[in-house]
Ligand binder design. Structure first.
Ligand code: HEC
Ligand code: HEC
Ligand code: HEC
Length: 479
């Protein structure tokens, strides 16, 4: 049986690894809200702040180059424009001219005075291939500690891909697009590195998150380990253990006609909540000392969640899946989230050419149904927010009294008036927006600056993921 179990575990794991591409993880991260379980919100591959985390590189862009959006890349280059030119024969500025840099020697431009940090990197790595450029742009100071490039890094993988594809074309003789083999090799290495991290996710994630990502059909395979003693179908027989149909939410030890319950289970005056099931299945005899279920338990947290998800399907009217706020609130929370999204959609919708209006509408909406920013931001991950904020630091400071750069200092935005910094020269659209930066308005602006405020001078493509924006706004709030 243990061989069988191993096989099942292996296939479950493989399925998990395949399913958990970045997008999937990102989607997952939108749902959980867990003030007491911040582990959820941490995207593992971006956890350089976690001393335990293995040093993993940024998500590769190598497979995205061929289909990248060059125009978006040209746009993204504005984050660099304060210090770099990209055109042929352009001058060096604070940083070197970047014409032809892809494929070229690291720190090899004539007439530019590089830091020792970058010169050392040149010895180690040689040229600016896709991988090196990706790692440098994601976190310049992390990749080349001591570099003089005072730029926080570009957190968004797609933005990096677009920009690098653009940079590739700024060349007399662009380097080859990555080959299938290169892409495969890089992705295999990266995914290999990721595996332990994904195990950690399952380990660290709360039950709510594990159930969100649970796979009931993987659970159905896994319950073969129980089949010697249990049936799961409606009206199934009791065996060594009771029939388990409709068990989720049922009273513990309540199956009619099963005469073999231990006193331990019988004396438990509780129902099979998701948590109780998870605890019992992890280690039956520890959770219920004296239980007659002689079964070692299911060690893998995600396998347990899959089994519970399957049992949930084999239940008449199972309780709502738990959220971190508690199962009762699950429905409300989902609705609230839908409302939020609908709202944001509305604003984007009317942003077509009615910039000032859309701003004003935003203000009225917020007055009509105030949403407490504190509620929305509960459970946000400040460290993750700080990482997102790296894509702003070329143009903004965040601390109190910080300087204006290309954009204004961003201290205490949330709840404050729009375009209120008297030392900064705003575009008309922001000056005329009026009202305050409510969470919703800030969120909509950051998602799509030019959509929400057409004509804004903030030439920044926006932060796509809702969870990233939430973390970012929480980070801004904490400055
Ligand atoms: C605040 C100024 C600044 C910003 C903003 C900035 N850079 Fe730089 N960049 C520099 C400096 C300074 C160097 C030289 C670093 C060194 O010697 O350590 C550099 C070096 C580089 C190099 C290495 C060039 C070579 O010859 O090897 C690349 C590539 C580069 N930057 C790309 C970018 C891109 C792309 C962006 C925008 C996403 C950007 N930089 C944003 C200042 C900046
Ligand atoms: C070797 C036999 C055996 C195996 C294998 C086994 N169980 Fe059990 N199970 C039992 C017995 C016996 C009981 C009654 C325990 C008691 O009363 O303490 C029980 C009780 C339970 C209960 C509580 C039922 C109730 O009415 O409250 C659940 C839930 C359960 N098992 C789930 C599982 C799952 C899921 C698996 C597989 C992952 C599994 N069991 C594997 C024998 C087994
Ligand atoms: C390329 C430079 C640039 C980048 C990168 C950038 N911004 Fe801006 N930002 C601006 C400019 C310029 C303005 C003023 C816009 C206007 O007047 O229309 C602005 C305005 C703002 C405002 C309104 C401030 C006020 O006083 O009302 C907020 C909020 C803001 N940015 C947040 C961010 C955040 C957060 C990021 C990163 C996710 C970011 N920006 C990235 C240039 C930038």
């Amino acid at each position: 049986m243990s061989l069988e179990l191993n096989k099942i575990a292996a296939s479950v794991l493989t399925a998990g690894v395949v399913a958990m591409g970045a997008g999937f993880i990102a989607d997952l991260l939108i749902h959980p809200r867990a003030p007491d379980e911040p582990a959820y919100a941490v995207a593992p591959r971006e956890a350089p702040d976690d001393p335990d985390a293995a040093p993993v590189g940024p998500e590769p862009i190598i497979g995205m180059i061929a289909d990248a959006d060059i125009a978006a890349g040209e746009n993204a280059r504005r984050a660099c424009a304060a210090c770099h030119t990209f055109d042929e024969g352009g001058d060096h500025g604070v940083g070197p001219n970047l014409w032809g840099v892809m494929g070229d020697e690291i720190a090899g431009r004539d007439g530019f005075n590089y830091s020792d940090a970058l010169l050392e990197k040149a010895e180690e790595e040689g040229t600016w291939d896709y991988q090196n450029m990706n790692a440098f742009l994601e976190d310049p100071g992390g990749w080349a500690p001591g570099t003089r490039m005072a730029y926080g890094g570009m957190a968004n993988t797609e933005d990096r891909a677009n920009l690098i594809a653009y940079m590739r074309e700024q060349d007399d003789d662009p380097i080859d697009l990555p080959s299938e083999e290169e892409i495969e090799a890089v992705m295999a290495e990266w995914e290999g590195e990721e595996e332990p991290a994904e195990d950690e996710v399952a380990e660290e994630n709360g039950l709510a998150a594990r159930l969100q990502q649970a796979d009931a059909s993987a659970g159905e395979s896994a319950v073969r380990a129980c089949a010697a003693c249990h049936t799961f179908d409606e009206g199934g027989a009791n065996r060594v253990g009771p029939n388990l149909y409709d068990m989720v939410g049922a009273e513990i030890a309540s199956v009619d006609g099963f005469g073999n319950y231990s006193s331990t289970l019988q004396e438990m005056d509780e129902v099979w909540t998701y948590e109780n099931l998870d605890g019992f299945l992890e280690n039956p005899r520890e959770w219920a000392p004296g239980t007659t279920m002689s079964f070692a338990g299911v060690g893998d947290p995600q396998d347990r969640a899959n089994i519970i998800a399957y049992m949930r399907e084999m239940s008449e009217d199972p309780p709502a899946l738990p959220t971190a706020d508690g199962a009762e609130e699950a429905d409300d929370a989902e609705e609230a989230e839908e409302d939020e999204e609908a709202d944001a959609g509305g604003k984007n919708g009317n942003a077509d050419g009615h910039a000032a209006n859309s701003g004003a509408n935003g203000a009225t909406d917020a007055a009509a149904q105030p949403v407490s920013a504190n509620d929305v931001l509960a459970g946000a991950d400040l460290a993750a927010g700080q990482r997102v904020a790296r894509s702003c630091v070329a143009c903004h400071t965040f601390e109190e009294g910080g300087a204006n750069r290309v954009g204004p200092n961003l201290h205490a935005m949330l709840g404050g008036p729009v375009a209120a910094n008297s030392t900064f020269n705003y575009s008309e659209v922001l000056k005329e927006a009026g009202g305050e930066w409510t969470f919703e308005r800030l969120d909509a602006f950051l998602e799509d600056p030019r959509g929400w405020a057409p004509g804004t001078r903030m030439t920044f493509p926006g932060v796509r993921q809702a969870e990233d924006r939430k973390n970012l706004i929480a980070f801004m709030q904490a400055q």
